[in-house]
Ligand binder design. Structure first.
Ligand code: FAD
Length: 335
């Protein structure tokens, strides 16, 4: 294998409900960071049907080129058809690095494509860097039940492939003045390339304020002792226009939807402000939190989260939470 033939960082982009996913922007930001160190170009590979309109957005977020793979058979995600379309393209394109988002689609598609390209895949990455000596990407992810971080490299195969968790990297600033090439890629797909026959799409429920897209998150943990007290967490979130998040014990109690659990087996989040109420700061929780400002309220000043916090409030939530809600409600009413 001649590694010198493999060039560029490719970010895969699959739209959700016709819109670019926030995680795709995060991946482009991360790709630019790697590109600056490696001297690579960044390309986005946009898959779907009638998706070309999103190309300009991808360029403004950091792509130098956008490859558009469009087919009516790619209108809805189908692992088999997407694998055929993407792996076929990547075999010819020979990228050095391919990044997928670790959503349900990326988690399905990355190993399919990697198997076809005969290379490895590092799943669920939460940190990325470049090894100065070898120029290899170092994909880091929690391992051994989240107790250690494992650094994974791919010295023997190309491309280097990984899935990156949503919320791991900041969303880049849009630069509308950026320009780039939009290249349409011909793809031959037939009905029997589909692995599933889609009969109907039923939208069950739309989360109006998902944690992975929130600017402010009010998250609670086991320091909240009852369902009644949990309602106060929700009330505070509503007052602040924030999304509600939680640690795993709260999701297990059924007080909050599992989709709002933050951490290793939950979501990764990237808000401006993260308010942690009665959360100890276990590594399995904190690996999902990448906030500009972390505020922790805990009655134990030696809890790990108090060390990590930008603002650590030592207080008993039984007293503090109702008092804070009263104070904020009063300020809002006075406005
Ligand atoms: P605790 O650790 O019990 O902390 C409660 C905190 O509340 C304490 O610091 C305490 O001082 C404080 N407190 C108590 N009463 C009050 C009060 N009245 N006022 C103020 N403060 C108070 N966890 C996750 O969150 N997300 C994950 O995705 C996740 N994945 C995991 C995956 C694996 C493989 C494993 C093994 C574990 C995982 N966990 C996860 C669990 C994780 O290890 C911790 O057990 C969990 O995060 C602890 O949740 P907590 O902070 O709410 O509870």
């Amino acid at each position: 294998m001649d590694f010198s033939e493999y060039k560029g960082i490719y970010v895969t982009a699959v739209l959700k409900d016709g819109h670019l996913q926030r995680v795709t922007g995060e991946l482009l930001g991360a790709a630019r960071m790697l590109a600056e160190k490696l001297g690579h170009d960044v390309a986005a590979v946009l898959l779907g049907h009638h998706v070309k309109g999103a190309a300009a957005d991808l360029i403004s977020l950091g792509a130098d080129k956008v490859y558009v793979i469009d087919s009516p058979l790619l209108a809805h995600y189908d692992g088999k058809a997407y694998q055929k379309a993407l792996a076929g393209f990547l075999k010819d394109a020979k990228p050095d690095i391919v990044m997928f988002d670790a959503t349900s689609i990326g988690r399905d598609l990355a190993p399919r494509v990697a198997a076809e390209l005969v290379c490895g895949v590092t799943a669920d990455v939460t940190e990325l860097s470049v090894d100065d000596k070898t120029g290899l990407v170092v994909w880091s992810r929690p391992a051994m039940g989240g107790n250690i971080m494992a650094d994974i490299i791919s010295p023997n195969y190309r491309p280097q492939v990984g899935t990156v968790r949503p919320g791991t990297f900041p969303f880049p600033e849009r630069d509308e003045s950026r320009s780039g090439d939009v290249i349409e890629v011909a793809v031959k797909l037939e009905k029997n390339d589909l692995g599933t026959l889609l009969k109907e799409v039923i939208l069950e429920r739309i989360d109006e304020n998902p944690v992975e897209e929130a600017e402010i998150i009010v998250a609670g943990g086991r320091g909240i002792k009852s369902r009644e007290e949990w309602e106060l967490v929700r009330q505070l979130a509503q007052l602040l226009g924030a999304a509600v998040g939680c640690s795993r014990p709260i999701a297990e109690l059924g007080w909050e939807d599992k989709a709002r659990q933050i951490g290793q087996t939950g979501k990764g989040v990237n808000p401006r402000v993260y308010i942690a109420l009665g959360i100890s700061g276990a590594m399995q929780h904190m690996c999902g939190v990448n906030a500009d400002v972390l505020i922790a309220v805990n009655k134990d000043k030696s809890a790990p989260i108090m060390e990590a916090a930008d603002y650590a409030v030592e207080a008993d939530l039984k007293v503090f939470l109702p008092a804070l809600i009263k104070q904020i409600s009063g300020l809002k009413a006075a406005k």
